[in-house]
Design a protein around this ligand. Structure first.
Ligand SMILES: [Zn+2]
Ligand SMILES: [Zn+2]
Length: 148
């Protein structure tokens, strides 16, 4: 019984080491996060690998439609209003930066992880640190306290 357990122990040690340095980042735009599960580079999202080759980019933030898809207020607002329209619940007239961040994260998740591979479960993970940093920079929280 000790086999898999030892293996898991080893993996979690490596994971917790992530909050100490940026050796896990290959794109150059990630930041050290307090949660090791958030220490993830865009290069580690296998669903994105094809984009890097197609667009000849080194970070997913340089993807040609990145700003339009994830940082454009009109686009995000449309997405939010759409969702509320479908659910039939009201939306606040004044959208906050938090609303935009939530919408942008969701949008990225849908976009990045919708690829399904035959025989494999769809895999979702935390968003890459570089992406979260960019979205937070665009839609900052005034008190610097990010729940999202
Ligand atoms: Zn990175
Ligand atoms: Zn990146």
């Amino acid at each position: 019984m000790s086999g898999p357990e030892e293996e898991n122990g080893f993996i979690s040690n490596v994971e917790s080491g992530r909050t100490q340095n940026l050796e896990w980042c290959s794109c150059g735009n990630c930041r050290i996060e307090s949660e090791s599960s958030d220490c993830k580079c865009c290069w580690e999202v296998e669903q994105l690998n094809a984009r890097f080759v197609q667009e000849n980019i080194t970070c997913i933030r340089n993807f040609s439609s990145f700003n339009t898809l994830f940082l454009d207020k009109t686009m995000l607002e449309m997405m939010l209003r759409d969702k509320h329209f479908i659910r039939g619940d009201p939306i606040d007239d004044k959208l906050t930066n938090r609303s935009y961040r939530v919408a942008a994260y969701k949008q990225f998740n849908t976009w990045a992880f919708r690829v399904r591979q035959l025989g494999k479960r769809e895999r979702r993970g935390p968003l890459p640190s570089c992406v979260v940093a960019r979205i937070r920079k665009k839609f900052p929280e005034t008190d610097g306290n990010y729940g999202y």
